[in-house]
Write a protein that binds this ligand. Sequence first.
Ligand code: KG4
Ligand code: ZN
Length: 345
Amino acid sequence: MAEKKQLRVLGVESSCDETAAAIVENGRAILSSVIASQVDLHAQFGGVYPELASREHVKAIYATVNEALQQAHLQLKDLDGIAVTRGPGLAGSLVVGVNMAKGLAMAAELPIVGVNHLEGHIYSAWLHPAENAPGPEPKFPLIALLVSGGHTELILMRDHLQYQRLGGTVDDAAGEAFDKVARLLDLPYPGGPSIQKAGMEGNPKAFNFPKARLSEPYNFSFSGIKTAVLRTVEEFKSNKKELPVADLAASFQAAVVGALFEKTMAAGEEFKAREIIVAGGVSANKPLREAFRSQTSYRVHIPALSLCTDNAAMIAGAGYRHLVAGQVDALDFDVLPNWPLVAAG
Ligand code: KG4
Ligand code: ZN
């Protein structure tokens, strides 16, 4: 990218059920961030319905990008680059954002880079609204706990764009576990916020759900906790007793938060991390945020609530790092629905 003081990147995100566009300056200051959510539409199916998602993206993408430009009082010619989510995500949904971004890059002759959605979540820790002064930047080496609907990963970063995977879930992602347990408890989709709300009235110590025993120290498993909740629900139902939804929600949540917190702290210690980042949709969870804010001596970066779930500012933030490092994609790149943040091996 050009040697300018202010580099403005347009981010485009359409990997799942939010169509989003945002403009971020120098990888940190959010000039605009627009999200068209399909959550209400998918709620009737209890989860994301892929065919419907891609068609909704087609309907929303143009207006969303336009709105992001208007809110930032900018035109395409004022931008310095475009970043778009290339994967992981739903293929048909990713294609909509990628094609829009390519069209814009071609029309405005801007450099374009495809960004990994998970790296976007990590870079949300650098963002701040343009009207607020920036907070301190995360310092390396750091541990990033990435917890979303599709992923649970513990990552060591020694520098920008350098990711070493320490571990991750061997079965359900943390958000997926929240969504599945919410269904067991007849709570609405998405499950995370529903469980958090129901659990507010409950006792987190009412049920003691088992901790998974795993051979790898930084792996997670949530299916055992989910099965334990299922067994408890079945027991109450067969005894025709009223389900203690609030206690079950609070106890399940405490078990998941406990596992995430303990392993992240252990990784921080072993790898002598200076700071910790917690990101992804599940980082919106209040007890999780409280655990990381109050029980550690580390500086912990947790994005503002609006930046925890999917958005395009985080994609612009991550894209900026690639673009300043000279990493630009040719216009014929394809989407990567199963793109891991760190290649296996
Ligand atoms: O990052 P995200 O918006 O989309 C993915 O990339 O997956 O994460 C969505 C996930 C869902 O599973 C949702 O239930 C969970 O994040 N989530 C929460 C909360 N808010 C959203 N989980 C726990 N507590 C919350 N407050
Ligand atoms: Zn996400």
